[in-house]
Ligand binder design. Structure first.
Ligand SMILES: [Zn+2]
Length: 469
């Protein structure tokens, strides 16, 4: 009797071929002439294409030696409403307080439900076309049901929630009492546990800064724990937050939030620029995640390169992931561009080329993002058993040639415009650079019409500096 076992090739749905497969697995293997095998929404194998071709019979094969394959990127802070349809209307020379209270808050308050739905779709399409497959929303302004409906149609993966706040100043259109804010979070977490096979679900989303009372902070964290989801908020981009906390509590923000039980491993805090060393150690001890939004820091002048402690955070073992924030503070939602800034800012600030190597920056955009989103076992790497969220980068482009060091190329040369094909949950959502799930021409037209209507309705002046005629 023969001892040789000749197993017949197994059927799979999809075989994806690439000149290099950047797995981001534990060993950080990069496989030349590699392939990824997909069944349904799941990766079943990753290896040499010659071997996978022997092992599997795919219903469909995509890719070729023209493509670099990576995991989908993870954008852990983006405003998908309020900002995408007002992109760039706010002048780029407005100081932080004026930016937030005289421009953004009034703009946010005049959206209707259809506009927020389209805004969410525009953000999702921009992300997917530039290689982001999963995002964490900063907070829908008002119309979460409509926004979720639009996201499900587009096919992206995300964690969302209408944001709440209970302390002034805030425009009356979304003013909430503490009880109403807590009731809203509770309802949102019950109503939106899972949509589209779990691709879209709600988190406990509060605005943060100095806009939350202690009862709201505590309740938002308790609700996140009860529902086994995360909690997100903004903190300390500028001196306003530490000053406010010291005036109110006699403590800096991280010390106070730690004392009332908010800092924890299921918490995602965005910005975290103005912290002292004691706060740094509170964050490290708590396991809380930090989201670095480099473009916002540059454009709104946070002083990140002067006072930011992101290198120290990484040294302390704090998980730092990357976000693109809102389109008036960061006018693009291309995480590859933000990753480039992450790699570069502290090299220059500390006059130290060892800061944030390309490999570390790309880890933050994938594995770090997965950890912030509490989805480490599902996304962020190309590993059997994980979700088939996959990006094919087109190397037939000038910035991709010659391809000699793929990690340097991904972070320092390429950007999202080189993304050719994107899969979420094993489904192709971008093909040849275009979103397949939505009528893009209609989206561009709707976005233009709505953006003009929203800015007109806001009553805010057009501050474009050049004469336009
Ligand atoms: Zn934000």
């Amino acid at each position: 009797m023969s001892t040789e076992i000749s197993s017949a090739p197994e059927p799979i749905d999809l075989l994806i071929l690439g000149t290099q497969v950047v797995t981001m697995n534990d060993a950080r293997d990069i496989i030349r002439d590699g392939a990824v095998a997909v069944r349904g929404s799941t990766i079943v194998d990753v290896g040499k294409s010659s071997e996978l071709r022997r092992r599997y019979v795919p219903a469909r094969t995509i890719g070729s030696d023209r493509f670099v394959i990576t995991p989908g990127l993870i954008n852990t802070h983006i405003h998908i409403t309020g900002e995408p349809l007002t992109r760039g209307y706010v002048p780029d020379d407005t100081p932080f307080v004026e930016n937030v209270f005289e421009w953004l808050c009034p703009l946010y308050s005049v959206f209707d439900a259809a506009e927020e739905r389209t805004s969410g779709q525009l953000a999702a399409v921009e992300m997917m076309r530039s290689g982001t497959t999963t995002f964490l929303e900063a907070g829908t302004i008002r119309f979460l049901d409509e926004v979720i409906d639009g996201l499900v149609e587009v096919g992206i993966r995300g964690r969302v929630g209408r944001w709440v706040w209970d302390l002034p100043p805030e425009p009356s259109v979304y003013r909430q009492s503490t009880d109403a804010a807590i009731a809203h979070l509770d309802h949102q977490l019950r109503a939106h546990r899972s949509h589209a096979d779990g691709r879209i679900a709600a988190w406990s989303t509060v605005v943060g800064h100095t806009t939350c009372s202690d009862p709201l902070w505590r309740a938002a964290k308790a609700l996140a724990d009860d529902h086994h989801v995360g909690m997100s908020f903004h903190m300390s981009p500028a001196q306003l937050d530490p000053d406010g906390f010291i005036a109110e509590f006699g403590q800096r923000p991280m010390v106070h939030l730690d004392e009332i039980g908010v800092l924890d491993a299921n918490v995602a805090m965005t910005h975290v620029v103005r912290i002292d060393d004691a706060e740094l150690h509170k964050i490290a001890a708590s396991g809380a995640n930090v989201v670095h939004c480099p473009t916002t820091a540059l454009k709104v002048a946070y002083g990140v390169t002067q006072v930011g402690k992101f290198p120290e955070m990484v040294q302390c073992g704090i998980n730092v992931s990357i976000g693109t924030d809102g389109n008036n503070a960061s006018n693009y939602s291309d995480l590859m561009r933000a990753t480039y800034l992450v790699a570069g800012l502290f090299k220059d600030a500390r006059v130290d080329a060892q800061m944030f190597p390309a490999e570390k920056a790309f880890e933050m955009a994938t594995l770090g993002g997965a950890r912030t989103m509490l989805m480490e076992d599902q996304i962020g790497a190309l590993v059997p058993g994980m979700k088939a969220d996959i990006v094919l980068h087109d190397t037939d482009r000038p910035e991709w040639r010659p391809l000699l060091n793929v990690m340097n190329q991904l972070v320092w040369s390429a950007d999202g415009r080189g993304v050719h094909t994107v899969l979420v949950d094993g489904a192709v959502v971008v093909e040849d650079g275009h979103c397949t799930t939505i009528d893009e021409a209609k989206l561009w037209a709707d976005s233009q019409r709505m953006g003009e209507a929203i800015t007109a309705r806001s009553g805010l002046p057009d501050k474009a500096k050049y004469p336009t005629w």
